[in-house]
Design a binder for this molecule. Sequence first.
Ligand code: PLP
Length: 813
Amino acid sequence: MSVHTKHITHWLNARFEGNKPDAEIDNVSIDSRSLQNNSGTLFFALAGQNRDGHQFIPALIEKGVQNFVVNHIPHGSEGKANFFIVPNTLTALQDFAINYRQLYNFPVIAVTGSNGKTIVKEWLNYLLSPDYNIIRSPKSYNSQVGVALSVIGINEHHDLGIFEAGISTVGEMEKLEPIIRPVIGILTHIGSAHDEGFESRDQKIAEKLKLFTHVKTLILQNNPQVIRLVPYGVHTFTWGFNDDNAVVSIHCKVISGSTQLTFNYRGTFTVNIPFTDDASVENAISCAMTMLSMDYSHETIAERISGLYSVELRLQVKTAINGCTLIDDSFNSDYQSLKIALDFLEQQKTHQEKTVILSDVFQSGFDTSVLYRKVAKLLSGHNISRVIGIGETISRELADFPNFYPYKDTREFLANFKPSGFNDQTILVKGARSFRFDEIVVLLEEKTHETVLEINLNAVVHNLNFYKSRLKAETKIMVMVKAFGYGAGSYEIAKTLSHEKVDYLGVAFADEGIDLRNAGISTPIIVMNPETTAFGAMIAYNLEPEIYSAKELRAFITLAQQKNLSNYPIHIKLDTGMHRLGFQENQLEELISLLRNNNFVEVRSIFSHLSAADSPQFEDFTLGQISKFDKWSGQITEALAINPIRHILNTSGIYHYPEAQYNMVRLGIGLYGVGNDAVEQKFLQNVGTLKTVILQIKQVPAGDSVGYGRRFMAKQPVSVATLPVGYADGIRRAWGNGRGYVTINGRKAPILGSICMDMLMADVTGIDCKEGDTAVIFGEGPTVHEMAKVLETIPYEILTSISQRVKRVFYKE
Ligand SMILES: *Cc1c(COP(=O)(O)O)cnc(C)c1O
């Protein structure tokens, strides 16, 4: 991007005041925390609910930002930068996007509807990426601000756009339409989401359809209730199930886990998709219709749509030899999934160096040299340090690629493999199944221990969304990743959460926050137990302290003053009944007087913690805590005339007392898949599965004993499986001696005798199993709930006790 100040003034219809009227900007920001803010940034000072972008301008000027869109120049900043003064900065951001969009004149697809927008966008990206350089909305950036920012991401390399738009009330789509200015429109499923923002379903549909006022083609299901609301003159391209009134009639047949769709349009053709649920079928149809409208051949459509499964593919992240991280994608190798894997690789910030091990790439419909030219372009766009090509075609076609190491086949690579060739880097292993890259994965994987805690990152996102769905859309979410993400691994969890745009992360100690910052996490982080000795480090790493006493506050202010800080964010903790940390009622006066007229720190939030939100019998007590919080926090905000975020709910609070959500909640255990009761549990997905393998199986005759102290005596002959996991891994000894069990091949195997330090023995009599088979210690069953009950403790303790020597393996689809 390169936009001259005079265009900006004109685009925004702004009044210009500044000392550098001849500047160029090359990026746009609304986030004062963004690391990308620099002298080429145009910063829009948006007024949010809790913060007003204007207040960050002095600090941004310090950092070198020189161009600001404002509705007034903050006091003291006059003459220090360029200001574009407008009545409304959000409207200005949208005007900027509208004008910027007009600089580019390539096809743009817009997707709206109640459900399926993001998946259709992602699938289309997958389906069309062999032929286009696509710009698409990141994640579900579909709001009034998100759409503008997505469009501003366009650059000269793109030749197709796919943007989604979401609205919650009338009048919103009119603003988004000129920003996106789509040529092809897709209306996905219309459901009840956001009904409350409209007078009627008709009004909602009509509002959504405004996105398509200027499209050449509108793709939608032939539904009379919707069709009659389509703006006059818009060309529709409709589909329907066995519907002769639709332009494309589709016959749908479910065959053992997949769906066969026969399209009737300029002849017939059949597409198989590996899904059977209605939503996926409709979304796949929207994609096929788009390809039809873009004149793709029936064969290409059928072939690419049948590959949709790879979008859902599990990309496994594993710890590998010599401090490396491995992304295992040894399943297939086509252009689209290569692009997805490279994007995923790029998000991994743990190591700077990146190696890709890639087999021959398969993609019908392309000339070999054209295909590999595209592959080379993709690779060079992703900052790969080294490419190892395995296969005759790739060896030949990429021969001139920088840092390229060719091997004729997997066997040749394996024969020459030296572990010392891989150090402290991320390795993507990507190959078609026939290349047997699983053998490469075996060599690269770290094999310290057969026991792993497998973490399902999709379940993490699912659980996050479940709690979100119980909150108002505008309520912020802080997620607790303390204690190594409740044992699940703080960095990977934090990365997933920052991707999901949670507002805050919570850690217990400063060093946990520092580790996250070093790993590239930029989400705001609150440190719950800040020790005075760590204040300096916290400031250096942009970590925000919980302040629970006047003494602590004084110490922090003194340091902030020494370091010349202004408005450093702090979080005030009130003790409303937990009696752990926090200000009590009689200390509020002192707190207020310390904060009054103090510009070194800024109260970013005020909060308290519930001590019994999960116990119905203490409901009165909890409501009492909430009302104290309400009163005391009100006293502070009034006395200081501030409007910080307020928050009191933890997981069980969110579930039982949503009316007390204020502006933020603090989600903990629920994210990790553990609910408070059986009903809540039903909505959650299991996140962690502790697994190991059977080392040995032996037959023990009646009368013999098993394990230390002969605590298990065989009354009849038993088959005993020995597993390499023990109390040093965090499995409590009390779980042995017939109280606990493991699951092997779907069957319960009771633990025999005492659990040893590094091993335990289980009864596999009558269970069909062999050495090397997997045993589940906890996960879907036994659940941590079940274990906690038997062990008379709480799931938190079970999760956080799993030793760090147990390898964490993360996967997501
Ligand atoms: C740990 C913690 C939470 C999260 O609690 P859960 O019960 O796991 O949801 C919230 N707030 C504070 C202050 C905490 O220490």
